[in-house]
Design a binder for this molecule. Sequence first.
Ligand SMILES: [Zn+2]
Length: 256
Amino acid sequence: MARSAFPKPSQVRVTLLPEPVTDATPFVVRRSVWLGARRRVEVGSNSTLEPLHPELCLRGLMKLEVADDEQVITFMDANGMVTKAFFDEASTGKRLPVDERHVDHARWWLAAARALVGHWEAHIFGEPLDEPWRAEGFVGVGPGLSAWTQFATYMNEGLRQYPTFVQIEAGDLVFGRNWSAGLYSGLCRQLAYHMNAEGPVLRRCAKQGCGQVFGSQQGRSLKGISRNDAIYCSAACAAAEKQRQYRIRQRAKEER
Ligand SMILES: [Zn+2]
């Protein structure tokens, strides 16, 4: 296979589910961080939640020298700490120190973040996708699908804390699907949608004897003027109620 023959950027569809991310400044845990004995990352006891600088991933992160302990520490002190300890050794071909607070763990996660951003930039600008990975030490990552699989896996690992994930479709292949949400989760999420003040108003069907509850898209009052459309749960109920009222009028006429 030619180096970047498949998939071409135009053949790849990347979807963010269940909704696009509209907030560029997510909150992360911030603590004071310093380098302790045996290159251990020491952290202060006070933690706060702070928003990331806008475009930190495009700018500050991509200027970071991840090989430099002091830079890694300063970066975390200024922007937030890397809270994950595990690192995938298979794609790096390296063994990490057993001590999960060793600076190498933070370094590798920041390298992974740099590789993700580099991958996306390469995708946008039509450059080889494996180079950003290799540059960050992920020597097991190849071009094309190999890089996309890596991208989806690493993005979704990071996005696990947020209600968004990445799905990649390349031809018949789909990866990055979120298999973790079951029916109960889906139902709770759907109810949360209906709890949303900006969403449709809950109505009970106006047809006698129906009582079905439904979301009326047009129902939310505009500028204090309440709107009256969509009072039936279905076209069938609307028709049945129309019929009933017609019969009532006919009967009234006959009795007159
Ligand atoms: Zn109904």
